[in-house]
Design a protein around this ligand. Structure first.
Ligand SMILES: NC(=O)c1ccc[n+]([C@@H]2O[C@H](COP(=O)([O-])OP(=O)(O)OC[C@H]3O[C@@H](n4cnc5c(N)ncnc54)[C@H](OP(=O)(O)O)[C@@H]3O)[C@@H](O)[C@H]2O)c1
Length: 246
């Protein structure tokens, strides 16, 4: 069998880098999507090539329908297949509800939800044709617990849960699985704002007494992506050290 192809959105971010490395090491050709960070994407591409896999960098604003369509076309032109789609790109702009701007509300919903709809819409036809597909949506524990000043972020991630449950039902007959990884706190550029004191307090609520790592998330993604995971769909896997209080 030819090597499978994974498309990772937001591949240049903290979790994204973990996905890129783990999938390249597991024998996947990797499509590295970035919004703006081409320099980082190039470094990751070198890593993938060094593992003996092929890599393709795509820069796109995925919340734009046409750019999402072109992204999938680009992948199919390059590789002729798309086996795994990891919707990982994300944006977090927090604020108290009475101060939360319309712009920040829309931006977060556009990246965290609309871009996911856009990409899946165009990724599904080739997956249906291949009678194989793995869609993995990266949500957040906050979707399940809620958090103050996180109205836009929590709503966008909770919406992914509804989207995932519906799609798992719709796409199951085509041998396409759709699952969610809901990470706990991981140190990445997105969580730069969390103070050492806040991290310490958070860890006290984690039964396994540490923060998550990109490698923890990548391990879960490899599990969902595996051909042997073909009977596992419509699941929310909370990779959070056992902490369900967020
Ligand atoms: N870190 C955590 O504790 C945590 C916890 C729960 C869930 N998550 C989720 O995990 C995912 C990855 O988060 P992270 O912590 O790795 O964040 P990150 O380091 O900030 O990376 C975010 C990624 O999203 C991309 N992105 C930003 N704006 C975009 C846009 N408008 N269009 C397309 N892509 C855009 C960025 O691209 P550029 O690099 O090109 O700007 C970057 O690659 C997100 O969905 C996040 O919500 C993270």
């Amino acid at each position: 069998m030819e090597q499978p192809v994974v498309l990772i959105t937001g591949a240049t971010g903290g979790l994204g880098e973990g996905f890129v490395k783990a999938f390249a090491q597991a024998g996947y050709h990797v499509v590295i999507h970035t919004h703006q960070n081409i320099e980082r994407a190039r470094v990751l591409k070198e890593f993938v090539l060094a593992q003996g896999q092929e890599a393709l960098i795509i820069q796109a604003e995925l919340e734009k329908h046409k750019e999402a369509q072109e992204t999938i076309e680009h992948v199919l032109n390059a590789f002729g297949r798309l086996d795994v789609l990891i919707n990982n790109a994300g944006l977090k702009r927090d604020g108290a509800i009475d101060l939360l701007s319309e712009e920040d509300f829309d931006a977060v919903l556009n990246v965290n939800l609309k871009a996911v709809y856009n990409l899946i819409k165009f990724a599904v036809p080739p997956m249906k044709e291949a009678k194989f597909g793995r869609i993995i949506n990266i949500s957040s524990g906050i979707a399940l617990t809620g958090r103050e000043h996180n109205v836009n972020y929590a709503a966008s991630k909770a919406a992914l849960h509804g989207l995932t449950k519906s799609l798992a039902k719709e796409l199951g007959p085509f041998n396409i699985t759709v699952n969610i990884i809901a990470p706990g706190l991981v140190e990445t550029p997105m969580t730069d704002y969390v103070t050492p004191e806040q991290k310490k307090a958070y860890i006290e609520n984690v039964p396994l007494r540490r923060l998550g790592t990109p490698e923890d998330m990548a391990h879960a993604a490899l599990f969902f992506a595996d051909v042997r995971s073909g009977f596992i769909s419509n699941q929310i896997l909370c990779v959070n050290g056992g902490n369900h209080s967020a």
